[in-house]
Design a protein around this ligand. Sequence first.
Ligand code: KG4
Ligand code: ZN
Length: 376
Amino acid sequence: MSIRILGIESSCDETAAAVVAGGREILSSVVASQIDIHRKYGGVVPELASREHLRRIVPVVREAMEQAGMKLEELDAIGVTHGPGLVGALLVGITYGKTLAMALGKPLVGVNHLEGHVHAVFLEAARAGRNVELPAVCLIVSGGHTVLYEVNAEGGGGKDEPGLFRYGRIGQTRDDAAGEAYDKVAKLLGLGYPGGPILDRLAAVEIPGNVKGPRFTVARMKGNSLDFSFSGLKTAVLYYVREHGEFIPEIAAREEAIAQGRRKFEEILPLCSPATLALVRAFQESVVSELAGRAFAAAEQRQAASVLVSGGVAANSRLRAEFESRGAAAGLPVYFPSRALSTDNAAMIAAAAYPRFRAGLHADLRLNAVPGLKLA
Ligand code: KG4
Ligand code: ZN
């Protein structure tokens, strides 16, 4: 019987629990999203997030155990995210994880949320029967993070046995995360929260009348830095909207629609002019080219054998297509998690806990929340 680990995730606005066998087989994965609670504030409100995690954690874990068809006593270990993230939110998962581990007499493993996102890629590859080539360059791109790592095998693994990884940080955002840029631009355009999914779909719509949008340039970094920057782009969108007064009425109309709960894509699309569609597309092209350009430059610089992309923004269809085509051109395999595994979940936490559990890297009851926890 392979080792079965319960993963618990509560670092931001998703309360999640999952059971993963052998570090790679998902037996259950439950995610309770708080989007509806934070939506009216246009972003995650930490106090509300903690309170909601407290309310959801017990039923979410219970459901994950039920879906896996297991009793808590049958678990081999419990893995819990201990950072990075919101301190109050993290503490809910950590406290619950510790309590379970103590009550059941099972080992507890502290997991770095970012390492979870890396493992999401490996979970998906295992599902597809693919073996990820290392060393890899991994882009983690979400609402809270935009960072590039080199991922190497640290040893301890085997053919079907995930081992520990060693990470090196290659680049990171100097200001906003890419997902944050999506969310801020969506807010500015009266498109609600979160911004990524709707901007993704609007950017793909054929623009009537061949209307041309602005051309945003990709931020340049000094030297050969592979850092990212998105605040300049966000400001450029803001100025563009300010300079074009004709955007104001349609922004107001969309805000009104969303306030009334009409936020489905089909309801919002008729409220978007060709100029808005062109603007959204220009924004997205700029984000995608910044992300893909740096990731493939890093892969070349490090002579990586593959490119991995994970985190909420990895769900973006244009981003996926761009990485696929650059990967094909460079002869590099590209790996993404499914959309469900791209955004925050606990299967990735249980998967990341596995090699740590095997290596005896168990936590004790002093495990604490580390809001700024680094991977490298
Ligand atoms: O990984 P995640 O669920 O939570 C964080 O750890 O931040 O990522 C959420 C972020 C949000 O900023 C959201 O707008 C963005 O991912 N996102 C997308 C898409 N789906 C979610 N961004 C672009 N395109 C998408 N399809
Ligand atoms: Zn995340």
